[in-house]
Design a protein around this ligand. Structure first.
Ligand code: G
Ligand code: G
Ligand code: MN
Ligand code: NA
Length: 254
């Protein structure tokens, strides 16, 4: 309860910041994008994990304001990077269930991006399978509307939800993010190998790309390359970085 109450002050008192985890294209070894991840530094309690506070923010409804703050930060950041002549990249943000199912979501986030003066083309919206499938008909319309506005849409933690494969065919989803639980033991576990191979093949049949999450070793990369996975994200390439570090990373990788 204390934590939930403190969340209300966190936005006002500027206790949130974003870190950016770079994403690598395996085909040409260039940086393609980054995932923006939220961090909360409480003045007394220190760093609190989003795994802990996001569910609370979902419960008390603050996640909508927080999610809009995240998008605004990302869009402003991209505008700044462009004016500094840094390479243009796609930044992915996580959208929670409550925010996704909000009325006028598409208008609201389009407005935030427009006000920042950037194009939706460089913003990727990550939805979990649970979010996308809660009400597939409604979700499908929202996904298609986002896509029509120019946003990219990806399915996060793919493979962990109850996926009905038919929705993937119908929705304007661009990318599947293969959950890190399947990647962890991929070099030795033949079941994980089978699952990841199937996900990549299915994604390709449906004209979608794949990114593997939680990649930590070169051996994992070799397997993923062999199977045609396009992109990776994980500690092997980079941990999530604060803005200044990320800018340096961006410059160094070009
Ligand atoms: O970055 P980290 O591993 O600590 O993130 C833990 C969890 O919190 C992940 O599931 C991640 O998707 C989620 N998360 C991180 N940042 C955000 C955010 O800005 N919004 C939402 N809704 N979830 C986030
Ligand atoms: O649920 P989502 O995929 O949005 O969460 C991503 C989370 O995974 C972040 O909290 C991030 O810190 C974490 N993460 C990113 N790369 C790695 C990795 O290589 N290994 C592990 N164990 N965690 C990672
Ligand atoms: Mn994510
Ligand atoms: Na994930």
């Amino acid at each position: 309860l204390q934590l939930s109450a403190a969340l209300k002050d966190a936005l006002i008192n500027d206790q949130f910041h974003l870190v950016y985890q770079p994403q690598l294209n395996l085909t040409d070894n260039t940086i393609v994008g980054a995932e923006a991840l939220l961090r909360w530094d409480h003045p007394e309690w220190g760093a609190i994990s989003p795994a802990e506070f996001i569910p609370l923010a979902e419960q008390n409804g603050l996640i909508v304001k927080i999610g809009e703050w995240v998008l605004q930060q990302v869009a402003r950041q991209q505008k700044q990077w462009l004016s500094k002549d840094l390479p243009e990249i796609i930044v992915a943000i996580n959208i929670s269930a409550l925010q996704f199912h909000q009325q006028n979501l598409v208008e609201r986030i389009s407005k935030i991006v427009e006000e920042a003066g950037v194009s939706p083309d460089n913003i990727e919206i990550e939805l979990t399978e649970a979010v996308a499938l809660k009400d597939p008909e409604v979700a499908g319309k929202t996904i298609d509307a986002l896509s029509q506005q120019g946003f990219k849409v990806s399915i996060d933690d793919f493979g962990t939800g109850y996926s009905s494969m038919s929705y993937l065919k119908r929705f304007a989803v661009h990318k599947l993010k293969i959950d890190q639980s399947f990647i962890k033991d991929i070099v030795t576990d033949i079941d994980d190998q089978a699952i990841v191979t199937a996900i990549i093949q299915m994604a390709h049949s449906l004209h979608k790309t794949t990114i593997a999450e939680g990649v930590e070793t070169q051996e994992q990369i070799e397997f993923l390359k062999l199977k045609g996975c396009e992109e990776i994200q994980g500690y092997w390439y980079s941990r999530p970085l604060v803005t200044e570090q990320f800018e340096a990373f961006l410059l160094a990788s070009n």
